[in-house]
Design a protein around this ligand. Structure first.
Ligand SMILES: Cc1cc2nc3c(=O)[nH]c(=O)nc-3n(C[C@H](O)[C@H](O)[C@H](O)COP(=O)(O)OP(=O)(O)OC[C@H]3O[C@@H](n4cnc5c(N)ncnc54)[C@H](O)[C@@H]3O)c2cc1C
Length: 509
């Protein structure tokens, strides 16, 4: 058993998104219009659960927003997307169950919020109600060092977790760029990916079991045995469910020994397609390095001043024998490419968790965002060409580029970045809002038409909710049936994943 790490103070523990709310959080209003009120008697009973409860306007406003760039535009006008009526911060699973029982009976929406680092508006309470802040449910519960399984509370922030594990010579290996902003529960709920995913997998490969409280307050545990064959894997029902099917109160993850060796390489290619082809061949040899990042010439030159070349950055870590073998395969596959200075990898490592670039541009009035998708290798180049072309055709667009940063034997993730500047014509943020929505419309539809998926790791949230039924086709009805079975009153994170909401349609876009 490990000692639990110190619990953060009760109350919204997530860092504040970087763009300040104009005029201050205490005066913020809801961009999405009418919110569902939380009746006073319900608030009184929420207090009696023992969970922290806040009705302070500024606390509610900050807890009602995340890092979604679309909503950051609204913050510059003094608005948050939705506005919770109350913020509730439970400290154990029993309090979570009591809160859900109350809200289910009173038909009050409940939206889970962890680090609130989501970039699609997943944790914003689209209809108000309760924001259930998970950050006081924090700490390592236990470590089984023989089976290499970690049991951890969902509100634990990634940097705290890795610091504690490294002190014991262990790692989970999940390193999203937002590692210090995001929680374990948020990783699971969004099907997240870390920067070293080629070696350690995405979060769905790491999770072996969950504790979940359902909308009616009943608690279940999933998983328990390695690769068990007792019906479908119910853990995966909740991985990626974005708070719509239950509240995750416990997470079991696979552990690895902390890495003993690290090696780097960098290569230049004539085209993005040639660099991706090398990446595909490396991965399909069966022992990929932890990091294989392919930048198109625009992004490579922007970050590494490499002119018109596409760039592949390689980093591996782990057991020295395995690392040497993975790097030998990489060298063999890249023998015909231009060997670049390995300092490029050091530069990437030094800046890989910086999070300020987009926000600085939004503050200056630009429309800017990123869009990550995945596709089979055979569709990747067509999607890259069609999507960057569609984004550039939107009036006002200044740039559209991509890199590829998570690779599998069957395909990879493309991560697009786009920026536009629009003439506001005295309309406030309305012109920026329109361009923002249009960029997402043309970008996502170009991806879907060319055979890609809607998202690889940022998830759906509010921003992508309108595309979900289109992306899932007939299986979206199955997702709706699961929702209806687990949350018949529709209280959990309404307005997301394109699911029906008893509180009406979300007024977005
Ligand atoms: C600068 C920056 C870089 C990023 N880089 C990456 C990256 O490299 N890889 C990546 O995958 N993502 C990345 N993200 C996106 C974001 O960090 C991830 O989606 C992360 O997993 C969200 O975790 P969170 O704790 O902040 O969740 P939140 O934003 O608080 O919530 C996200 C969703 O999860 C639900 N949720 C949260 N906790 C629970 C729970 N206990 N039970 C049920 N539902 C819950 C919420 O309701 C919401 O729907 C980045 C974000 C930023 C701002």
């Amino acid at each position: 058993m490990a000692d639990p790490i110190a619990l953060p103070p009760t109350g919204p523990g997530a860092p504040t998104p970087p763009i300040e709310i104009r005029g201050g959080a205490a005066g913020a209003s809801a961009h999405l219009g009418e919110m569902v009120p939380v009746p006073d008697p319900v608030i009184d009973r929420l207090r009696k659960t023992g969970a922290g409860v806040s009705t302070d306007h500024a606390v509610r406003a900050e807890a009602s927003r995340d890092w979604w760039p679309g909503a950051m535009i609204w913050a510059t006008e003094g608005e948050v997307p939705g506005l919770a009526g109350v913020v509730v911060s439970p400290t154990d699973a029993e309090q979570v169950a009591a809160v859900l029982r109350l809200c289910n009976a009173a038909r009050v929406p409940v939206t889970a919020a962890g680090g609130r680092s989501g970039v699609c508006g997943a944790s914003v309470p689209a209809f108000g109600g309760v924001v259930l802040d998970t950050t006081a449910l924090a700490g390592v519960v236990s470590i089984d060092e023989e089976s290499m399984i970690l049991d951890v509370a969902p509100g634990t922030f990634g940097d705290h977790l890795e610091a504690e594990l490294r002190a014991k010579g262990l790692t989970v290996g999940h390193w999203p760029q937002s590692v210090a902003l995001s929680t374990v529960g948020g990783w699971v709920a969004c099907r997240g990916a870390g920067q070293l995913s080629n070696k350690y997998g995405k979060i769905e490969d790491m999770v072996v079991g969950l504790d979940v409280v359902l909308a009616d307050g009943s608690a279940i545990t999933t998983g328990g045995g390695p690769r068990s064959a007792v019906g479908p894997d119910l853990t995966q029902v909740f991985v990626g469910s974005e708070g719509t099917l239950g509240i995750i109160t416990g997470v079991r993850l696979r552990l690895h020994p902390a890495p003993q060796a690290q090696r780097h390489a960098a290569y230049g290619f004539d085209s993005f397609a040639a660099a991706n082809e090398a990446c595909r061949r490396i991965v399909q040899r069966g022992l990929p390095p932890a990091v294989l990042r392919v930048y198109d010439a625009i992004e490579a030159d922007r970050s590494y001043q490499t002119g018109d070349r596409a760039v592949l950055l390689v980093m591996d870590e782990g057991d020295p024998i395995v690392v040497d073998a993975a790097m030998a395969i990489t060298e063999e596959v890249c023998a015909g490419a231009e060997a670049l200075d390995v300092d490029l990898v050091d530069r990437w490592l030094a800046h890989r968790n910086e999070v300020s670039a987009l926000e600085a541009l939004i503050a200056k009035g630009y429309v800017v965002d990123t869009m990550e998708i995945s596709a089979p290798w055979s569709r990747l180049e067509d999607i890259y060409t069609a999507t960057t072309g569609a984004l550039r055709a939107v009036p006002g667009t200044l740039a559209a580029s991509a890199h590829q940063s998570h690779a599998y034997s069957d395909g990879a993730c493309l991560y697009f970045t786009f920026a536009a500047k629009v003439d506001e014509d005295g309309e406030g943020t309305a012109a920026r809002d329109r361009t923002y929505a249009q960029l997402w419309d043309v970008g996502q539809r170009a991806v879907l038409a060319a055979g890609g998926t809607l998202s690889h790791h940022h998830g759906v949230g509010l921003n992508r909710s309108r595309f979900t039924a289109e992306a899932l086709g007939a299986s979206h009805a199955v997702l709706q049936s699961v929702k209806d079975a687990l949350d018949p009153n529709g209280i959990l994170n309404p307005g997301k994943l394109g699911l029906r909401s008893p509180f009406g349609e979300v007024a977005y876009p």
